[in-house]
Design a binder for this molecule. Structure first.
Ligand code: ZN
Length: 184
């Protein structure tokens, strides 16, 4: 368990083929516990349908991944404040550093559809890798950009974890308005 997780785990029923997580019919969800009053005030609340829809979209997206180099297929889905879900898959490149993560591909889809005011409520990540997989550091920073109260769902050792982005990326980089040209 990660710090801040709650032992009151829920179960997400996975009813259709392709949703399974390592052969299990249900996914245990370790519900996050707010680490401070301010986080609790702003923490997003997801319904089980939100979780099912996010997981379904993420697992479907990973089948579209372009990962000929690492062979690690990743699918991500995002739930926006408008209630829509968008998905993306990782897109690798022969010049390895140009590879794009699934999380950022999904976020780009959401921005393309909803514009610059798009805000994230939650992000889910699924992969072809057995066991745990968390968003990389770069994706954590990009998720925070669009939703400082976003919840991130990803496979942990014992099931699907649901963790606030601020717990995945404490002390994140933030650009102050004073640092922007013409903002003084
Ligand atoms: Zn990433």
């Amino acid at each position: 368990m990660l710090p801040g997780e709650d032992a009151r785990a829920g179960e997400i029923p996975l009813m259709r083929r392709g949703w399974e997580f390592e052969g299990r019919k249900t996914l245990r969800v370790c519900r996050p516990r707010p680490v401070s009053k301010s986080q609790g005030k702003f923490a997003m609340q997801l319904t089980d349908k939100n979780r099912q829809d996010l997981w379904k979209a993420a697992t479907q997206a990973l089948s579209q991944a372009y990962a000929p180099y690492s062979r690690l297929r990743v699918g991500a889905s995002v739930l926006t404040a408008n209630g829509h879900i968008y998905a993306g898959a990782n897109v690798e490149n022969a010049s390895y550093g140009l590879s794009l993560c699934a999380e950022r591909a999904a976020i780009a889809q959401a921005v393309a559809a909803e514009g610059p005011s798009m805000r994230l409520k939650a992000v889910a990540v699924a992969s072809s890798q057995p066991g745990a997989l968390t968003p990389c550091g770069a994706c954590r920073q990009v998720i925070l950009e669009f939703g400082s109260a976003a919840l991130v769902l990803f496979p942990g050792e014992e099931g699907l974890l649901e963790v606030p982005i601020t717990e995945l990326l404490p002390h994140a980089f933030r650009l102050s308005k004073e640092a922007l040209p013409g903002e003084k």
